[in-house]
Design a protein around this ligand. Sequence first.
Ligand code: SAH
Ligand code: SF4
Ligand code: F3S
Length: 470
Amino acid sequence: MTETTEAPVPVGASANTRKVFIKTYGCQMNVYDSQRMGDALAKDGYEPTETIEDADLVLLNTCHIRERAAEKVYSELGRIRLIKAERHSQGREFRVGVTGCVAQAEGREIIARAPVVDLVVGPQTYHRLPEALARVARGDKVVDTDYAVEDKFDHLPNTSDRQIRARGVTAFLTVQEGCDKFCTFCVVPYTRGSEVSRPFAGIVEEARRLADSGVREVTLLGQNVNAWAGEDAAGRPVGLAGLLRALAEIPGIARLRYTTSHPRDMDAELIRAHADLESLMPYLHLPVQSGSDRILKAMNRRHTADDYLRLVETIRAARPDIAMSGDFIVGFPGETEEDFDATMRLVVEIGYASAFSFKYSPRPGTPGADMDDHVDEAVKSERLQRLQALLRVQQDRFAASLVGQTIPVLVEKPGRYAHQLVGRSPFLQPVVLPAGAGAIGEIVDVTIESTLPNSLMATGAGIEAGRKVA
Ligand code: SAH
Ligand code: SF4
Ligand code: F3S
């Protein structure tokens, strides 16, 4: 889809000194997508930059999941308009693109509402960014929100060794995209399309390249990652458990994680993998959304609160030290005080190590938006506060239970002070380590001395070295 406008003729920056600033909103998949967009643009001569003032091209990689997510994008575009006007007054090129889930959902509407935007590219077509930019350079406005028939992963250039190293010792790897579940509150099936699994061979190859360039921890991503299905190297059908087993064999990869899972796709094989695979970290993000069967039904989650409780019991029997994480929505249409109490009871029963909770936000085009009995904003806020207070207590309690324990920590990066490093616990918590604890990329055993609101402190900040274990 192409619309012609009177864009100024680009002068200024030459083709090989162009810089791109990518701002990422939303989930981990968007983080991964931003990196891959960077890879695609690097081939086109764009270098990444961390500052908008430095950039010749700005991409906002957007999220549509809740109302405020999209509003943030429009207010950012308001600021960018001023920068673009200034650049043009200097006769310099400055392109603005909107990518991601708002791009997919709103398409050309974005350009109508924010004419500063030159291109709108959806999550399934960003491998065509260089082509879209070439059209923008010819004076077009470009909207490309097809659900492309070709697999974008086959068309993206490989991430270079240098790019992987610059991104650190942990990496995301998308293995599955899209969703066919149609929970009644959720836009994802509309923004990411239907469920697609990336083939086994491409995933293994990408994981090998990550490992060869120093990555120690890989998090497999998918909107319903545990629905991943494919065929292994021998042509046998495998699920996520089989994929994890293959990835665990890759030398250098010490830690594996996956997110986000749907309770209905948590099969026995995958639970067994948690018992067997040492590198599969004991942390599981398993959203439940509500503890009320009535609300779960209205949300089309297709399981009961009791199904979820029993599932977590089975997972804990396989891997007793597993830390549970979840997502919750309060104030879904029709939610009564009684329904909300059921959610609070479920939280108490599970005991979460971490969790995300949100006020229900009606999304245009989803069945939830058209339901009766929308809950008052004030009631939603009050319920969210109560839920978050409970989840906070649980998170603090879990963190406190680690004090005095010795746990393996992956050293990730320098800390805020010279005598500190920052690492990651098996349970995904940031851990502040003494600088001598180990080299970046090593896994060291450290003893936890105290807790901070969202991280752990290892013993001996800068004094006592941790013992290297991997
Ligand atoms: N695929 C995952 C969730 C993806 S969206 C799953 O099935 O659980 C991430 C989270 O955002 C959801 O788990 C939900 O808690 C929240 N969310 C999604 N749509 C929402 C909406 N309309 N209002 C409020 N929160 C929402
Ligand atoms: Fe959204 Fe439900 Fe699909 Fe998760 S499973 S992405 S919440 S529709
Ligand atoms: Fe947001 Fe799209 Fe992710 S709506 S949460 S960026 S899949």
